[in-house]
Write a protein that binds this ligand. Structure first.
Ligand SMILES: *[C@@H]1O[C@H](CO)[C@@H](O)[C@H](O)[C@H]1NC(C)=O
Ligand SMILES: *[C@@H]1O[C@H](CO)[C@@H](O)[C@H](O)[C@H]1NC(C)=O
Length: 417
């Protein structure tokens, strides 16, 4: 009898132990690294992808969600909880339409986006490129998706330029500094440079910078980029970026975090630009203007002649809450080759400035907004590149194109090992 009880107890103990083990195994699986990553990605997607009123499938594979303007990611920001959306800027810079009167009577094709072929977003919504699981999984971590890595701002004033290319970024830019700036504009030639490795990118943009190049640098950026990591393809896309602490904790591309408030229902940040210029063939360009509304202090962005896209509220920034101290225009690539070697990722058209129109990429009619809200050509424009044998820049000035420059290059070549 006693022996029997003993066996029974042992059985109970065994069953208990087994049950405990099973539940640990289940727990281990639920809480395992893969499961945790999956949950993190799901939570992230739920946060950034707002419920759409309508969705449009673009020929390039993107889904464009038309999200009610009041439900966009910006309003996740605690300081924007009670924000009243400004539907339009109080003022445009003076002189904005002077240089457009002759040339641009109607919308140019390069101001269209590929997804327009399959539909449009209704009034009171904003088009947002949907973030996919694959997008997030390409990033080094969920937290890093949509954010730049540190130190990618070219500092032409640095006493020791980054000749060794330690941080892997290379630039060819024109710039002005030493004054107070309230905006910048440029018309940028659009190309599709080739990217050697998926973790590299090539972009052409303007930078509105506030503060010195310290940990609290403020930056607003906009232009076009080819970034396989961010978008999963080699398409040329419209983008914007902002940070108020030199890329550390604040800011992101496009609408991938709360900050930028979009008001336009036609242009999606991060969407493919179409068409693209051809070497020795048709040329296309886009115009970008970023300026500070003199009454509210918000930084607005306009694309082309017709599209006021939205604004960055002034409170996102420290230095830029007042004004910018430097403006830069030009190209940037990431070089992932080690030991001072160079990538063959192209900047601009992938050709050097010397080749000129329809072969090299350009920025034309570069302008700044001054303290009286006037758009005017910058004076004392400098040029900067880390290694001109890899990527170069050449300033010019003439009647029709005003202040302009050609920039770019192929990267790795016989003079740039
Ligand atoms: C928003 O309004 C509510 C109610 O008036 C208030 O309690 C809250 O502090 C406000 N939030 C901000 C960020 O201003
Ligand atoms: C992007 O371009 C690279 C290099 O030219 C190529 O290897 C890759 O397959 C392309 N990716 C896509 C998604 O087309």
């Amino acid at each position: 009898m006693a022996a029997h009880v003993n066996v029974g107890r042992r059985l109970v103990a065994l069953v208990l132990a087994l049950a405990v083990c099973l539940s640990c195994a289940v727990a281990a699986r639920v809480g395992g690294p893969e499961e945790r990553q999956w949950l993190k990605v799901r939570r992230h997607l739920k946060r950034v992808n707002k419920p759409p009123v309508k969705s449009i499938k673009s020929p390039d594979g993107d889904i464009i969600d038309c999200v009610h303007v009041a439900h966009q990611p910006a309003f996740d920001h605690p300081l924007l909880m009670n924000h009243t959306i400004q539907t339009r800027p109080n003022f445009h810079p003076e002189g904005l339409y002077d240089d457009n009167k002759v040339a641009l009577k109607k919308k140019t094709p390069s101001e269209a986006q590929l997804w327009h072929q399959n539909g449009r977003c209704p009034e009171d919504t904003v088009p947002i490129r949907r973030t996919t699981r694959a997008d997030v999984l390409r990033a080094s971590s969920v937290k890093r998706y949509g954010r730049k890595k540190h130190k990618s701002i070219p500092n032409p004033l640095s006493v020791e330029p980054d000749l060794l290319n330690e941080n892997g970024h290379q630039h060819a830019i024109a710039y002005v500094e030493g004054d107070k700036y309230y905006g910048a504009k440029a018309t940028i030639n659009v190309w599709q440079p080739s990217i050697q490795q998926t973790n590299e990118f090539s972009l052409s943009q303007l930078w509105i910078l506030g503060g010195s190049f310290g940990e609290d640098l403020n930056s607003i950026e906009a232009g076009w980029q080819v970034s396989p990591d961010l978008y999963g393809d080699n398409n040329t896309r419209l983008f914007s970026y902002w940070t108020s602490d030199a890329y550390q904790a604040t800011g992101c591309y496009n609408l991938l975090c709360s900050g930028f408030i979009q008001v336009n229902n036609e242009i999606a940040m991060g969407a493919s630009i179409y068409p693209i210029s051809n070497y020795d063939g048709s040329q296309y360009d886009i115009s970008i203007l970023v300026w500070k509304d003199p009454t509210e202090g918000n930084w607005w962005m306009q694309f082309g002649k017709d599209y006021v896209l939205g604004y960055w509220p002034s409170f996102l920034f420290s230095y830029l809450a007042d004004s910018a101290s430097m403006i830069e225009w030009g190209g940037e690539v990431v070089n992932s080759e080690p030991d001072g070697e160079h990538t063959s990722t192209g900047m601009g058209s992938g050709h050097f400035p010397e080749e000129g129109y329809s072969k090299a990429s350009y920025f034309r009619n570069i302008q700044i907004v001054d303290g009286s809200n006037n758009l005017r050509p910058p004076t004392g424009v400098g040029a900067f590149t880390e290694q001109s044998n890899c990527y170069d820049v050449q300033n010019g000035n003439n009647g029709e194109w005003g202040q302009h420059f050609y920039y770019g290059g192929p990267g790795r070549n016989s003079n740039c090992p």
